[in-house]
Design a protein. Structure first.
Length: 163
């Protein structure tokens, strides 16, 4: 089947906005409130000569505090099975949070290549967050704006290595 790109990150970083941007339809629910993506959502991406299936996840969006090591990971782990690339999204305006670091540590233990995506990087408001993100250990992030559609060419270039 099609190669799979799984979108991962803490709540509110713009995963669903990114998913909709790539798929070209408003399939995923976008909201300021964390936790609106209840299920996995999948959609075909056909852009710039690339064909893959994008998966929007909500595994880390469960707001039950005691579920962090349990259900959240399980959901995301299920989504990662069969994934060709994990697209690890952070909010470059908010900077790197402890939850971003935790997801990064967890991802490192998974057997899947990671592309780091600095979302909300329109203008220069994301520059500090982008600099901070090198500490996650995934190299240079792709500067992106899901809302404004900036960085798509760079993203596809980064994905092409693995697809
Ligand atoms: P998710 O929880 O990771 O799926 O995040 P959502 O896609 O639901 O987006 C959370 C919030 O961030 C919404 O208010 C979006 O409009 C906003 N957002 C998403 N992408 C961008 C972006 O590129 N720039 C800015 N400034 N806001 C964004
Ligand atoms: Mg979402």
């Amino acid at each position: 089947g099609l190669p799979q790109v799984v979108i991962i990150g803490r709540p509110n970083v713009g995963k669903s906005t990114l998913f909709n941007r790539l798929v070209g339809k408003r399939i995923a629910l976008v909201d300021d409130q964390p936790g609106v993506t209840r299920d996995r959502r999948m959609g075909k991406v056909d852009m710039l000569g690339m064909h893959f299936e994008a998966v929007d996840t909500a595994g880390w969006e469960d707001d039950e505090p005691d579920s962090l090591p349990g259900r959240m990971r399980k959901q995301t782990e299920i989504s990662l099975q069969g994934a060709d690339v994990a697209l690890f999204v952070f909010d470059s305006r908010a900077g790197i949070t402890p939850l971003d670091e935790e997801i990064g540590r967890w991802l490192r233990g998974q057997n899947v290549p990671v592309v780091l995506l600095a979302n909300k990087a329109e203008g220069s408001a994301g520059n500090d967050g982008i600099n901070e993100s090198y500490a996650l250990g995934f190299g240079e992030p792709v500067a992106f704006s899901a809302e404004h559609g900036e960085g798509v060419v760079d993203l596809f270039q980064a994905l092409r290595t693995f697809l």
